[in-house]
Design a protein around this ligand. Structure first.
Ligand SMILES: Nc1ncnc2c1ncn2[C@@H]1O[C@H](COP(=O)(O)OP(=O)(O)OP(=O)(O)O)[C@@H](O)[C@H]1O
Ligand SMILES: [Mg+2]
Length: 239
């Protein structure tokens, strides 16, 4: 079998808030159709890494995407290129309906009706709950449903790479499982995933490989099996 192409390659990434450096020489890659977990304790820099990729935080270092260097830091440009960030804290617009929230994800191509309908159908197939609740205000959804909506909106933006920031946070195990089942299906839909998680147990059930970030540096990496055998070590990292 042909080795899968690398879709996103990060080399020596530094990131800063003002003068404060938070990421130090982070290197990682994601192949096409891969789900890669990014693990690490509070404050490790996981969210900052996603924000640096999205162009929301000042960065230095090299990012290659689809074989080309991703330069500049315009969020819109990154979205257009197909790198879609689903932020932590499931920021849905509570005063808008589920459907209107989803449509916001399609803002770059909202006048292409056929394409919009196709994407909507895809999201509703993955999350039947959203279809049932499409005319409901997002603010009336449960926490798990809001997380589904946040991911659904990301999917509406036609991602090639989906950056998911702690989708399991604060949700009951059964809901987490439902969401992870969908995440696990994304690679077969042509979407590569970078899954940020504090819960290694959750992430390692869906990811093929994982990186551990601590103090803004990658301190360990390997295929999921490598980490399964090292759950003790992970506990040390993750507290
Ligand atoms: N806007 C900001 N301004 C200054 N420092 C920040 C800002 N946001 C985050 N930081 C700092 O950057 C470091 C990394 O934070 P980040 O949010 O990336 O961590 P994280 O791994 O996502 O943590 P968590 O698991 O708690 O979400 C922390 O020390 C944090 O205090
Ligand atoms: Mg975070």
């Amino acid at each position: 079998m042909e080795p899968r192409r690398t879709i996103l390659q990060i080399d020596g990434l530094n990131a800063f808030y003002g003068d404060v450096q938070v990421l130090f020489g982070v290197s990682l890659h994601i192949r096409e159709g891969e789900c890669v977990a990014l693990l690490g304790p509070n404050g490790a820099g996981k969210t900052t890494l996603l924000r640096a990729l999205s162009g929301l935080v000042r960065r230095r270092g090299r990012v290659d995407y689809c074989g080309q260097e991703l330069t500049g830091t315009g969020y819109d440009k990154v979205v257009r290129a197909g790198i879609i960030h689903v932020p932590e804290g499931r920021e849905v617009f509570s005063g808008l309906t589920v459907l209107d929230n989803l449509m916001l994800g399609a803002y770059l191509y909202h006048n292409q009706r056929g394409e919009v309908e196709m994407r909507k159908a895809q999201v509703f197939t993955l999350f039947p709950r959203l279809k049932e609740r499409q005319h409901q205000y997002a603010g009336t959804l449960s926490g798990g449903e809001q997380q589904m909506l946040a991911i659904g909106r990301g999917l509406m933006a036609r991602p090639k790479v989906l950056l998911l920031d702690e989708p399991s946070l604060g949700l009951a195990p059964v809901v987490v499982q439902a969401i992870m089942d969908v995440v696990a299906r994304l690679p077969t839909e042509g979407i590569s995933v970078l899954l940020v998680e504090q819960s290694a147990n959750v992430a390692l059930t869906v990811a093929q490989r994982a990186y551990v970030l601590n103090g803004g540096k990658v301190v360990d990496e390997g295929p999921t099996d490598y980490f399964r055998d090292r759950s003790r070590l992970l506990e040390k990292y993750l507290g």
